[in-house]
Design a protein around this ligand. Sequence first.
Ligand code: NDP
Length: 482
Amino acid sequence: MGRGRVHLKTSGQERALSKLSAETGAGAAGSDPPRHRGHLLGDGVGCVSLTDFCEPPTPGGPETMAPPQSSRASLDFGGPLGAAALILLLPATMFHLLLVARSGPARLLGPPPYLPGPEALWSPRALLLLLTWLGLQAALYLLPARKVVEGQELKNKSRLRYPVNGFQALVVTGLLVGLGVSAGLPLGALPEMLLPLAFAATLTAFVFSLLLYLKALVAPAYALAPAGNSGNPIYDFFLGRELNPRICSFDFKYFCELRPGLMAWVLINLALLLQEAELRGSPSLAMWLVNGFQLLYVADALWHEEGVLTTMDITHDGFGFMLAFGDLAWVPFTYSLQAQFLLYHPQPLGLPMASVICLLNAVGYYIFRGANSQKNTFRKNPSDPRVAGLETIPTATGRQLLVSGWWGMVRHPNYLGDLIMALAWSLPCGVSHLLPYFYLLYFTALLVHREARDEQQCLQKYGLAWHEYCKRVPYRIVPYVY
Ligand code: NDP
């Protein structure tokens, strides 16, 4: 990560800083002119076949392995010990939440109501179901895409190409599920299988991360992520060594980021709604709100799928246990916690309060979408009329930083919108329990930590220009508070 070196260099020239960031591999190379970014290859009308983007990146960088990162920098997440603790703690927390959500007292901070035996966790049927789901989503990923876009420039100056058909996959999945339910598929039985499904997803994430780790051993240096190459196997297994592991055009990280986990999340929510209807005659207003808000979030992410290509997960973090477990297990099984809670602990919700909550979600969404779209539009084409009038700060890399509009309000307006939505997802569950607020608490911690990591990377990339930006926009996430 080269943090120490960055601090030493801040008084030097910014050119030196951008060179340093290229040397230390700070994500996608920052020296590309913005006009080349997110180049649209499809015309949006004709379909582009898989073979159109099935090509290896042009190797232009060194083929030798990168020097161990631990010798160069301090490590994130508390180093190997922190990573080892998280590898155990994250699955343990997920199982704790699953058990507590269905227990009477639903105490977030108490012990779990019971410890499940192996027979409650291991089910070949659950594993088969999970693998079928992953297979279906992989098949939908491989369908011809309406358009194919290029990602950010890599260390070897090449760019990878990505199919944009996530929303299409969501619609097809929705149709298949609808057909299945009308043909008698017992979707309402899914909540009873959450524990073995979560166990199968955890096992899959472990095995998958191990394979990714082994694959990275033979990857060329230019393909490795800036973090996740410390030389410590536990730390690197957790962070992920390879930036964009692929087999031919199939990009494992891009596939996992938005598809199987996010769609499983809304499917679990829907199953919980159906089961509530079976139990109580009709779904509650609170359940409708939680389902509606979270479906909007997932559909939005898939509609704006290209946007993920400029996020830290794709441009900076390697693909290891952190993202694999997060995408495949943590998201579907813990993000559906509010709906799980509501099934076992029905909450009264009147129309006036529901309207206030809807308004809150709308405000959060407006900020979240406005900020993300503004940055993505600007990064794709700074001359786009929607962003051309915004004030900017030039940087030595040739790229600019927005300093008005959403990005002039706080340094991470998209996080603010996301947190407001997180609050709106918890409020339908009432205020009698802390459990439904777990997502808000965890997400606040995640975004505060993520914001700090991003600031380090931006300082490394932009040096003095980033200092100037921080002076002009002093608050990180919440205006006048943080
Ligand atoms: P961002 O999309 O905020 O990307 C950060 C990058 O934006 C920076 O590295 C920098 O990259 C660029 N940037 C920063 N400031 C400026 C500026 N002033 N002008 C122009 N560009 C700027 O980061 P994330 O990947 O963390 O988040 C993406 C979205 O995903 C957010 O909405 C977040 O809330 C959401 N999210 C949701 C999660 C969930 O579990 N629900 C988990 C994590 C994130 P560069 O200059 O190189 O372009």
